[in-house]
Design a protein around this ligand. Sequence first.
Ligand code: GDD
Ligand code: MG
Length: 352
Amino acid sequence: MKAILLAGGKGTRLRPLTIHTPKPIVPIFGRPFLHYQIDLLRQLPEVDEVILSLNYQPRRIEEIFGHGDGLGVKLSYVVEPAPLGTAGAVRYAGQALEETVVVFNGDVMTQVDLAAVVRLHRERNAKATIVLTPVDNPTAYGLVETDADSNVRRFLEKPKPEEITCNTINAGIYVLEPDTFDRIPKETAWSIERSYFPSLVERGETFVAYVYDGYWIDIGTPEKYAQVHRDIMARRFVAPPFASAPPDCRLVSPAARLEDGVTIEGPCFVDEGVYIKPGAHVAAYSVLGRQCIIEEDARVEGSIIWANGRIGRDALVRDSILGRHCHVGRNAVLGGGIVLGDKSVVTDYSRL
Ligand code: GDD
Ligand code: MG
């Protein structure tokens, strides 16, 4: 069985983080995001190849994953000449497929039991099976109505508040039969959510829902990107590198250098090569990427700082996300909700 990961979107809602780092490889504790999806897919031993469907900055992704050596599964890449939308991308990547295929949106993190989803698909002899998850506010997602037998009755992408009739949404994980792909026009942008799924409902084809109410998140906005870090650190979602963390969840690399008088609160993550100078304080829910330098008496609170950041003396960085190679000057204050792109420089004494 093959799996297709839809990883071609531009990640606009995660800008500026995604300007130089496409969303599928944004680091989660220094680990490119797609690793988490590949971990999940490896639950299914019958998946022998993962096809990454790419469009935006494909080279960056290929450089990181190569042919999948060491991942336990073969990887291949299909790069669209132009963005084909979620259905166009499935057709383009899956044109030679004849067997059942598993499709993932390349930005969802979950522990759903994939084997059970595939089992349901087979038991029901379905053309498509979709994982649903309950959320408080479906407006940012695809709303999916089902009947008592778990058949999908309606699919409405990004419903308006007055259109909300239930709380189950598309979790971005599907099992599909390729003999339905011929209705996706070739070489045209086509949406799986707005056109393909509604067409299955219209034609009365067997389209089944698997409702999962365990951990699920789409990492596609800065708030959700930060949230997934908090969830992993608090072990609401058990995943690397915190799957085997010490009880206080302070994960500090032995290859980090901490001077005397440094205080570090758990849960937190301090990667290799980090250098924290005297008097600096790293508060709970902070993530310091490789080679970050935290100068004397600086404070980092609940923030995610990608590799090679430098936080100046007496500066404060609170509840913010900083891309690679950012430099926060001395006594500067980032007071919360700040997102800086790679190589940003915050001048000494600035307040954001
Ligand atoms: N190859 C390719 N080509 N991939 C694409 C394209 C494209 O043209 N457009 C989007 N993608 C990929 C994105 O990279 C992402 O991994 C996935 O398709 C979904 O796109 P998003 O832009 O993240 O969509 P969304 O989050 O607004 O909504 C989707 O996900 C929700 C769950 O998180 C929809 O599928 C909703 O129905 C769903 O509820
Ligand atoms: Mg998304």
